[in-house]
Design a protein. Structure first.
Length: 761
């Protein structure tokens, strides 16, 4: 698994002091004004900024300075110095504020039960003042920084509103005395500050739960490893383990590194990494991933990757990157938030002047203006989208689905067509040679020549040929001038004979007469078999610049354009055919049924002969087949499927799938496939289970629904609350409670995503 590639160098900053969506907008504006910055994504929920630079240079100091100037604190975040997730540290402030504020609430509570409890005015002042200026000092500091930066935020609204209430009460106390007729409103200011502090404390607790998946992944890597050296086994810190070291993993221990088993047999639990619920058998030669738990056997593992290059570290970076990115819908929210605070300040001023000048009741007018300021805090708007994204990407990661960015998460919910590659995606990717038939009856010679042409290839069909040769104990002759032709096959000279091994399409282009085996080939293809043909051309020729052995029947490499592969004059001679069978993945049929249940149409896009492709499609229930498609044409098929407004996801695993994955609205790569495919895709399925395609779409739909629900409630709080406060129907205390509840409610709603469980486990 490779790390996400970015269009430009990226730097990650940790931002402290942000409280609402307006803060996000201001930090982004400050960062984008720094020379050399292409773009900046600031996330309120993770309190981070991901900055993309036009070039890699020493601009970290300038970025930090820009954030500091905007009124916040910033530091560069590195893997080795990444701080733990935010913890709710201000519980004591909430407790002290509540203890001081509750006595101020006694008169209000007494009126509810017909009692007239009253506190001395000076005692009210003594209780309210520490809450206002000591426990509430954070609002003044942050509000002042916002003012200096020429903008506003939640803290400014709270500071202005509560100060107005406290100042009005102090004025009335001084004017009328402790037992005068003037009523004070100390409880309103103190309780609002207490409720806001409580809301922020609960919010931090809830946000911490949204990052649970990241913390669980970070906790997987052991701190130490047992390395086998010449003098015996040595227990060393994980940072001292080198690539090539042999690590000893005892039963029940967690694997400290990525590597390959050199000795031992065991079962390994990879559930927290791939989502695979059952332990996986591991033997000598098998790859293992750091963070997995060893089962019953002792394993010796040769290290292939450590530290930041390990699979686990890359997964953590990928999930963190996805959680830091913004969904497209968040851009609209940011634009609204940028003008929100100035508009609220204007509405509060209008409320004050309207009621004060209209009725002459300036005390009530001030309280109504305070209520407008308090209810309008845009905390919920800033948290609505990122918390849902964090919860969605987190639960996806726990189930073996890695989502590269928030845009992929949001787009996937609208997928209407899923196009599948066949080999290695819908099938196991481990084909077997099921038929080998020669025109002269010498099947052994046919198989040996085919093996010679593919001896150095890693293609699944080539491996099937080599396995058959080894099984039959055949001698493999040497091959020269081996060249692969993309989408067609492979050319080579074997024992002085110019041979071509490849598809029906290529044989027809070469003019090979296939009549002798046409009926047999059609029968095999109707059973879902993949047929390759071996033919001989009239005379061998050398290929300029030809690569060494390593071609295969599918041809992943491009030919030299200076030497087009054409048959020599005369009629090529058919030698025979090879037929391969690749069993469908056990979960493939169920995955297709789930996609249909989600209202998604399925398409098979394959380079195989139409007969074999349609046989697989019938067995799995796929709606449409596009067969005999050259690798370079897969992207064009995806573009064609997108015509008319359809949203297309492409699922593949090979190098030749990468253009189609990039062309699709959402590319979904099998984790068992190539790194190139995973780079081109927006979503990677870690355990290579095609059933996860429907899970990814389902998670996307549920996450998008949570985003919309959160934004709806965040806007409703303000659309309903501000007018009620402006017309005098909402007391500041109730406004403060509603504002605190709005933030907690959107985060709690997003956390419901953590309860998601896939249909296919």
């Amino acid at each position: 698994m490779n790390n996400t590639t970015l269009a430009s160098p990226a730097l990650r900053l940790r931002i402290e002091g942000m409280t609402c969506a307006s803060c996000v907008a201001r930090v982004e504006k400050a960062l984008t004004q720094v020379p050399g910055v292409d773009s900046a994504d600031v996330n309120l929920a993770t309190e981070t900024a991901e900055v993309r630079l036009s070039k890699r240079d020493d601009s970290a100091a300038a970025l930090v300075a820009a954030v500091e100037k905007a009124g916040y604190h910033a530091s560069v975040e590195r893997d080795e110095t990444r701080p733990p997730a935010a913890t709710p540290r201000d519980g004591w402030r909430v407790a002290v504020a509540a203890a001081l504020s509750l006595p101020l609430m006694l008169p209000m509570l007494g009126r509810l039960v017909g009692q007239h409890w009253a506190l001395d005015g000076w005692l009210q002042l003594a209780l309210a003042t520490p809450v206002q200026f000591w426990l509430g000092a954070r609002f003044y500091r942050a509000g002042w920084k916002a003012l200096r930066a020429g903008s506003g935020n939640m803290d400014l609204l709270v500071a202005i509103g509560t100060t107005a209430g406290w100042a009005l009460s102090a004025y009335l106390l001084l004017r009328h005395g402790a037992h005068g007729s003037g009523h004070t409103y100390f409880e309103a200011s103190a309780v609002v500050i207490t409720l806001v502090l409580l809301g922020k404390w609960l919010e931090v607790r809830a946000k911490r739960q949204t990052t649970e998946a990241i913390r669980a992944l970070q906790a997987l890597r052991p701190e130490r490893a047992r390395v086998r050296r010449e003098g015996g086994d040595v227990d060393v810190p994980i940072a001292r383990v080198l690539v090539g070291d042999v690590v000893v993993v005892r039963p029940g221990e967690r694997l400290p590194v990525d590597g390959r088993v050199v000795e031992g047999d065991s079962h390994v639990d990879e559930s927290l990494i791939t989502g695979e619920s059952l332990p996986v058998a591991k033997h000598a030669g098998d790859a293992v991933t750091g963070g997995a738990v060893n089962g019953e056997g002792l394993l010796l593992v040769r290290t292939t990757a450590v530290g930041a290059e390990s699979t686990l570290a890359r997964i953590v970076r990928l999930v963190e990157s996805a959680q830091a990115k913004k969904a497209p819908i968040q851009r609209l929210v940011d634009r609204v938030s940028a003008v929100f605070v100035p508009v609220v300040l204007a509405l509060a001023l209008l409320t004050l002047l309207g009621w004060g000048l209209g009725s002459g009741q300036w005390e009530s007018a001030i309280l109504d203006a305070v209520a407008v300021l308090v209810i309008a805090c845009p905390c919920a708007l800033g948290l609505a989208t990122p918390t849902a994204i964090m919860a969605g990407t987190g639960v996806a990661a726990r189930h073996g689905i890695l989502i590269k960015d928030a845009e992929a998460l949001e787009i996937a919910h609208g997928v209407t067509i899923v196009a599948f590659d066949k080999t290695g995606t819908l099938t196991e990717g481990r084909p077997e040679l099921l038929a080998c038939e020669a025109s002269d009856g010498d099947a052994a010679a046919l198989l040996a020549a085919s093996a010679a042409m593919q001896a150095g290839s890693e293609h699944p069909l080539a491996r099937a040929v080599m396995a058959a040769v080894q099984r039959d104990g055949l001698a493999v002759p040497a091959a020269n001038d081996v060249r692969a032709v993309a989408g067609r096959g492979v050319s080579a000279v074997v024992e002085g004979r110019a041979l071509r091994l490849g598809s029906t399409r290529w044989m027809q282009e070469l003019g090979v007469d296939l009549a002798a085996f046409t009926a047999r080939a059609e029968a095999l293809q109707a059973q879902g078999r993949t047929v390759s043909w071996l033919a001989e051309v009239d005379r061998p020729r050398s290929a300029v610049g030809a690569p060494p052995q390593g071609g295969d029947a599918s041809g992943p490499a491009e030919p030299d354009p200076r030497r087009p592969l054409v048959a020599a004059p005369g009629s090529p001679r058919l030698i025979g055919l090879l037929a391969f069978g690749d069993a469908p993945r056990p979960s493939a049929a169920g995955a297709i049924r789930r996609l249909h249940a989600l209202g998604v149409r399925t398409v098979l896009v394959s380079g195989d002969h139409r007969g074999s492709a349609e046989a697989v499609a019938r067995a799995l229930g796929i709606d449409e087949v596009r067969a005999e498609v050259l690798p370079q044409d897969k992207a064009a098929i995806v573009t064609e499927l997108k015509a008319g407004g359809a949203r297309v996801a492409m699922v593949g695993d090979g190098i030749n799938d990468a253009p189609a994955l990039a062309a699709a609205d959402v590319g979904i790569a099998m984790g068992s496939g190539t790194d190139v495919a995973m780079h081109a895709a927006g979503i990677t399925l870690m355990r290579g289970d095609v059933a996860l395609v429907a899970d990814a779409i389902d998670i996307s739909r549920r996450s998008t629904a949570k985003i919309r629900q959160n934004l709806f409630w965040a806007f409703v709080y303000n659309v309903v609350g501000i007018p009620l406060a402006a017309v005098g129907l909402l007391q500041p205390v109730i406004a403060g409670a509603a504002m605190a509840l709005s933030s907690v409610s959107v985060v709690s709603n997003a956390l419901l995503l953590r309860r998601w469980k896939g249909k296919v486990q």
